[in-house]
Design a protein around this ligand. Structure first.
Ligand code: F3S
Length: 64
């Protein structure tokens, strides 16, 4: 799994960083950034939950 934040969509809602701070971090630009490009299986559910919680569907999960 490789999560990605589409910065052209992100509005800085913060749901993703609240739900899964292991992978998403709010930057100084008030946009979420992926800090773990290759999360292990133990984080898959939280990453998916974060993606589902994003109000603008800015989180893309690449299955690779
Ligand atoms: Fe941005 Fe969505 Fe997270 S708007 S801060 S990617 S919940």
């Amino acid at each position: 799994m490789r999560p990605e934040v589409d910065e052209s969509l992100c509005i800085g809602d913060g749901a993703c960083t609240d739900i899964c701070p292991e992978v998403f971090e709010m930057g100084d630009d008030n946009l979420a950034h992926v800090i773990n490009q290759n999360p292990g299986p133990e984080l898959y559910d939280k990453v998916q939950e974060a993606a589902d919680a994003c109000p603008v569907e800015a989180i893309i999960i690449h299955e690779e």
